[in-house]
Design a protein around this ligand. Structure first.
Ligand SMILES: Cc1cc2ncn([C@H]3O[C@H](COP(=O)(O)O)[C@@H](O)[C@H]3O)c2cc1C
Ligand SMILES: O=C(O)c1cccnc1
Length: 345
């Protein structure tokens, strides 16, 4: 097992030593793509997706034999401020539903040909209210981060990440606000807050106010991306960050899910140049801030189907697209093999 980081400085040290991807594998994949019986570039993003998989797996012939979905669950003290229409108890109830196979992600993981593991993180101990103090102590943050880090099996071919936690679209929006600000907007809360599970107008106002209050309370401490997620995030978000870093160390490409999942992984992009290069945003969530967040990360989500669920649903949905890309790459004939005349022949 790769060493688990000790403390925030341990995470920083790992981020300073991230390995680059495999240029040679990606180049070999691009060279084969150029020989396949299709006009150059005509399979669009399917072509570059294979190169991305190969680059991060370190394989000229990428594989999708072992695909895992990891869903982390945590509870949020900020729920007491009326920022979600659902009660906090729904987090644990949904964890039971996942175990019985009754949630959307159970169906989508099966369609993706992926294993599903749900990791509840101290659901009976919600984080502290982020408006009036750090959501997590350093010890709490590290425990959750390392639970995520250690949940990633090194031999995976692909990892899909997701979350469950009532109130976490508020935490995600606060984290996005801390990491990326909002050029020119009067209020960070107004810029980043969305309706999550469907909060009404009064709830949306409370959510915006909570985000603005949190940013004002924590102030300059939020300049450090790890402090930002410790102070504003939740255990499931810390675990997603830990899993994303572990995946990079194990050469496992990652599919991020929607707004909350992307916000949770975002500190890695701030901690290391190219820190999220091994990750794709699988889909553009309908949650208000997600496209803005993707834009600030310089990432283009793969799908846009209007989902706003979480649970890794969008990440799992993208797996069949990757399988299709790989099937074309591996199975198509070259111009020479098929006796098809090339361009300008
Ligand atoms: C039944 C149910 C299933 C869910 N699955 C994911 N979420 C999603 O909604 C929650 C965040 O939205 P908010 O910030 O508005 O509470 C998270 O649990 C997220 O995973 C769900 C929410 C509910 C109610
Ligand atoms: O995009 C998300 O992550 C999301 C959207 C709504 C509710 N929960 C999560």
């Amino acid at each position: 097992m790769t060493n688990t980081p000790i403390g925030l400085d341990g995470i920083r040290a790992l981020c300073a030593a991230l390995l680059p991807g495999d240029d040679a594998a990606e180049a070999a994949i691009a060279a084969r793509q150029a020989q396949l019986t299709k006009p150059a570039g005509s399979l669009g993003r399917l072509e570059t997706l294979v190169g991305w998989l190969g680059r991060w797996q370190g394989r000229e012939i990428p594989r999708l034999d072992t695909v895992a979905v990891l869903v982390f669950a945590g509870n949020h003290g900020v729920v007491a401020r009326g920022v979600s229409p659902f009660p906090q108890a729904v987090t644990a109830q949904m964890v039971e539903n996942f175990a019985r196979g009754g949630a959307a992600i159970n169906q989508l993981a099966a369609v993706a040909g992926a294993t599903l593991r749900v990791v509840p993180l101290e659901l009976d101990r919600p984080t502290a209210d982020l408006c009036t103090g750090p959501a997590m102590t350093e010890a709490e943050f590290m425990a959750a981060f390392n639970a995520g880090h250690d949940a990633v099996a090194p031999e995976l071919d692909l990892l899909c990440l997701g979350e469950m936690g009532i109130g976490n679209t508020t935490a995600g929006a606060a984290l996005a606000a801390a990491l990326f600000g909002a050029d020119g907007a009067a209020s960070l809360g107004a810029f980043w807050a969305g309706r999550g599970t469907g909060i009404d107008d009064a709830g949306l106002r409370r959510k915006r106010e909570a985000i603005d209050a949190a940013i004002a309370f924590h102030g300059a401490a939020l300049g450090d991306p790890l402090e930002a997620i410790r102070r504003l995030g939740g255990r499931e978000m810390a675990a997603i960050l830990g899993a994303t870093l572990a995946a990079r160390r194990h050469r496992v490409p990652v599919l991020l899910d929607g707004f909350v999942c992307t916000a949770a992984a975002a500190p890695l992009a701030r901690l290391a140049k190219g820190g999220l290069d091994h990750a794709l945003i699988a889909h553009a969530s309908a949650e208000h801030g997600h496209k803005a967040l993707a834009g600030r990360l310089g990432m283009v989500p793969l799908l846009d189907l209007g989902l706003r669920l979480g649970e890794a649903s969008g990440a799992a949905l993208a797996v069949p697209i990757l399988r299709a890309a790989l099937a074309c790459h591996a199975g198509m004939a070259t111009f020479a093999e098929a006796g098809v005349a090339g361009r300008d022949a």
